[in-house]
Write a protein that binds this ligand. Structure first.
Ligand SMILES: Cc1ncc(COP(=O)(O)O)c(C=O)c1O
Length: 407
């Protein structure tokens, strides 16, 4: 059954039929049969020698010679791993350099690096949550935000996707009444991972300020990928103390890791709070030095020229596909690198993805339950380094295969 996009309940974390009876072996076999019947199998795909319209290495920096050299030099200098949590002996000069560089890049006052974007979200929401806190989570929030909110022990409400009126209603309901919540945070993504659409950050920040709430913004898909390298900065919010940013270093920066980026007068206090209470900071080995050094070098290379090329190629994708009258109404232009094409169902989406792989083209395929509105989609991801003419030619093949498979 398709998920109800207007639902205010948190979606299930997964659909693994945990409550079903049976031994481990029969249960595993039964779950595999259910996945096969629903067309829901996933594989750990490698990229191979394909035309990459699927990976998150938006600027192509993961393979940039300077980034690779920086990672290799860090291995020589520090070894393969950080060997301890940041609060034990794991903090290395490269972590501090990276945090300083992230602050300069985003205009924020303080930064704290985690071992992934996932652990950054778990760590930040865990440190802000607990009894007395309430998170209002957008219905399209990433799994790491849902998990972070749930694990934190805070109360959780879900707001309809990008619906400021609904957020305001939930804020009013929870800040007034017989048992008002003392601390509320609204949790959004700058650019949503599924539909690629943007959150109304300036309006959401204003709303939160008016109600004394925090706004937590996951910049996974906008850090080094959109105007000014940060959607929060572009919205004029870099200095706002009530806006807490999380980010990943593993998409546009092509490395690995995550970060909390903090602004305003209380940034230092909040950073100290995270260092002392974020379980995924305290009890996790520090970000590997090679990843930290790679992200540091990538930040220096993630300039307006590269980000502009990414935006240009995203436009090429939308315009080329919309040039096919049969596809026009199905293209969902994204605010960042990811552009989506609505598909009639999961089977068609999978068949097109497989046929494109045969042609050496990698695209991503999103199917229920990964899509909150129950609509299967192909996700075509732009990359800055692709030649726009070659890209348009490849997209011609993408359009042809979609129409062939569906005919
Ligand atoms: C919105 C969002 N937040 C967080 C993450 C997790 O980041 P990482 O892959 O660095 O753990 C992702 C990655 O898919 C994401 O899309």
């Amino acid at each position: 059954m398709a998920a109800d996009p207007t639902s205010t309940r948190l979606p299930a974390a997964d659909d693994t039929g945990r409550a079903e009876p049976g031994s481990w072996a029969t249960w595993l076999a039964a779950r595999a049969r259910v996945r096969a019947a629903r067309g829901m199998q996933r594989t750990d795909n490698s990229r191979g020698p394909l035309m990459d319209l699927a990976s998150n290495d938006y600027l192509g920096l993961g393979r940039h010679p300077e980034v690779r050299a920086a990672a290799a030099a860090a291995v020589q200098e520090y070894g393969a791993g950080a060997a301890a949590s940041r609060v034990a002996t794991g903090t290395l000069p490269v972590h501090r350099e990276l945090e300083g560089s992230l602050c300069r890049y985003t205009g924020r006052a303080e930064a704290l690096v985690f071992s992934s974007g996932y652990t950054a979200n778990l760590g930040v929401l865990g440190a802000l949550g607990g009894p007395g806190s309430l998170f209002i989570l957008d219905a399209h929030a990433h799994a790491s935000l849902i998990d972070g909110a749930r694990l934190s022990g805070a109360l959780v409400e879900t707001s309809r996707h990008n619906d400021l009126e609904h957020i305001e209603r939930l804020l009013r309901e929870n800040l007034r009444g017989p048992a008002p919540k003392p601390r509320v945070a609204v949790v959004v993504e700058s650019i949503y991972s599924v539909l690629g659409d943007a959150a109304p950050l300036a309006e959401a920040a204003e709303l939160c300020a008016r109600h004394g709430a925090l706004l937590v913004v996951d910049e996974a898909h906008s850090l080094a990928a959109t105007d000014q390298g940060s959607a929060v900065r572009a919205a004029g919010l870099a200095g706002s103390g009530h806006v807490v940013v999380t980010a990943t270093l593993s998409k546009a920066l092509g490395a690995q890791g995550g970060a909390a980026l903090l602004g305003g007068e209380s940034a230092g206090l909040l950073r100290e709070h995270l260092v002392n209470t974020s379980r995924t900071f305290l009890f996790d080995t520090a970000l590997a030095p090679a990843a930290a050094a790679a992200a540091l070098r990538s930040l220096a290379l993630a300039d307006p020229g590269r980000i502009g090329n990414l935006a240009r190629n995203a436009k090429v994708i939308c315009e080329t596909l919309a040039g096919h009258p049969e596809l026009r109404g199905r293209i969902e232009p994204g605010a960042g690198a990811v552009q989506s094409i609505k598909m009639p169902g999961a089977a068609a989406a999978m068949a097109v993805t497989a046929a494109l792989r045969e042609h050496g083209i990698a695209v991503a395929c999103f199917r229920p339950p990964s899509v909150p509105d129950g609509i299967s989609r192909l996700r075509i991801t732009a990359h800055a380094h692709q030649d726009p003419v070659e890209l348009a030619l490849v997209l011609g093949t993408v359009a042809r295969i979609i129409l062939e498979v569906e005919s």
